[in-house]
Ligand binder design. Structure first.
Ligand code: SF4
Length: 413
């Protein structure tokens, strides 16, 4: 009799899954499978449906509860899957009452009407060395390829006091690194008293939780980074020198057709500014290959941007048309071409990563270990410790002695 949690998608889902595990456990759920779905790509939805069917086959008596963006957007479809007892909407997933054993099946709450974001103090991230903390929910933008706003609703911010309490609790439980997550965290604050910016919130958080060694930010919108955040990038060693950017593409006409709020020159200017403030900073980026109407020349512009900005850690998505989005009504590229371009983009990213790893040889790194021989540096470079011997969650300073195909190498002292 167990409570299994299957999580798909983003870091925000990771945070919410731990919160739901706690809520469902406290409500007395046993022999229950909780599936936290993602709607970003058709593939993510296919994997969750497959997981539900296989869970039901293996344990027909288990209660299957489904939540997450895909379930929020099309609740009937998920409720119809074998073994699914209930669909819980994204607006309700962190409300204790939604987990009551005798909670009646109820229509999923309209997420577009959400005005606040529920939060739940999470004390443990099962088997993880770093903790994820929700600071923001939802999105007010309407990028033409994206369904997230229809799964998450309008942008809402978590009050600073609740964030400080959550981070202090996790630092107190020994977490050395916290990742601040949300859907569009650079939209933090306008719905709160005093309209604090993301940078102001981070500065206050770090001041109020001096015991936390490392703070990392999840995806950033390149044109929404505020001045306080830029100052922290320049001055604050506890803010990790690793920015993950929601770039999506490198050609202006495609960025316009995506309804993004930046152009290629803005991304390049951001890279130069960040490097002038913190020369060793590393960049990650979300990029989509094969967006409708993308020409070979426009794709080449994106490949060139990877080298020009030295984008090291790429999250590459072959374009996946999402029902009801404007991009799904544009002329589509053949799926094999999307996949082929995604593979070329990944290869370009790996070459950029290898160049970055080579610059770290001989440097001393602070490494947070996830396993006895595997960890990540402040730049989020994977590191293998020859000989092992580290403890999960341990922070250790090591000198890099070499590189591996997917990261750095160090010898145990
Ligand atoms: S900013 Fe754009 S891509 Fe990101 S969640 Fe909002 S609509 Fe989607």
């Amino acid at each position: 009799m167990t409570l299994d949690v299957l999580t798909f998608g983003c870091r925000l889902n990771t945070y919410e899954s731990e919160a739901m595990r706690d809520l469902a456990g406290k409500a007395g759920h046993t022999d229950t499978i909780l599936v936290n779905t993602c709607a970003v790509t058709a593939e993510a939805e296919r994997q969750a449906r497959q997981a539900i069917r296989s869970a039901h086959r293996k344990n027909p008596a288990a209660t299957i509860l489904v939540t997450g963006c895909a379930a929020q957007i099309a609740p009937e479809r998920w409720a119809a899957l074998p073994g699914v007892a209930r669909v819980i909407g994204n607006a309700d997933k962190l409300r204790p009452e939604a987990w009551a054993l005798d909670a009646p099946p109820a229509p999923v709450t309209d997420i577009m009407a959400a005005t606040e974001t529920a939060a739940h103090l999470v004390t443990d991230f099962a088997g993880r060395a770093r903790a994820f903390v929700q600071v923001q929910q939802g999105c007010d933008h309407r990028c033409t390829f994206c369904v997230i706003p229809y799964g998450r609703g309008p942008s809402r911010s978590v009050p600073i006091g609740a964030i400080v309490e959550q981070v202090r609790l996790l630092a107190g439980r020994g977490y050395r690194e916290v990742v601040l997550t949300g859907v569009d965290i650079t939209s933090y604050g306008p719905d709160l008293p005093g309209r604090p910016s993301l940078g102001q919130m981070v500065r206050r958080l770090l001041a109020l939780v001096p015991e936390l060694p490392r703070l990392r930010l999840s995806s950033l919108d390149p044109v929404e980074m505020d001045d306080d955040l830029w100052r922290l990038i320049a001055e604050e060693p506890r803010l990790m020198p690793h920015l993950h950017l929601s770039l999506q593409h490198g050609a202006d006409l495609i960025l316009k057709r995506m309804k993004r709020r930046h152009l290629r020159a803005d991304a390049i200017a951001l890279g130069r500014r960040a490097r002038s403030l913190r020369p060793d900073i590393a960049f990650g980026a979300d990029l989509i290959a094969g967006f409708p109407t993308e020409t070979e020349a426009q794709f080449q512009e994106m490949l060139d941007l990877v080298g020009e900005m030295e984008l090291t850690f790429l999250h590459v998505f072959p374009y996946s048309e999402r029902p009801g989005t404007p991009a799904a009504r544009m002329p589509q590229l053949p799926v094999p071409l999307r996949r082929e371009r995604a593979a070329r983009l990944r290869a370009t990213g790996q070459a950029a990563a290898a160049r970055f790893f080579a610059t770290r040889v001989g440097q001393e790194e602070a490494v947070l270990f996830e396993r006895e021989d595997r960890g990540h540096t402040e730049h989020f470079a994977p590191l293998r410790l020859a000989g092992g011997g580290a403890r999960p969650g341990e922070l250790r300073r090591l000198r890099v002695t070499g590189t591996t195909p997917d990261g750095l190498l160090a010898e145990a002292a």
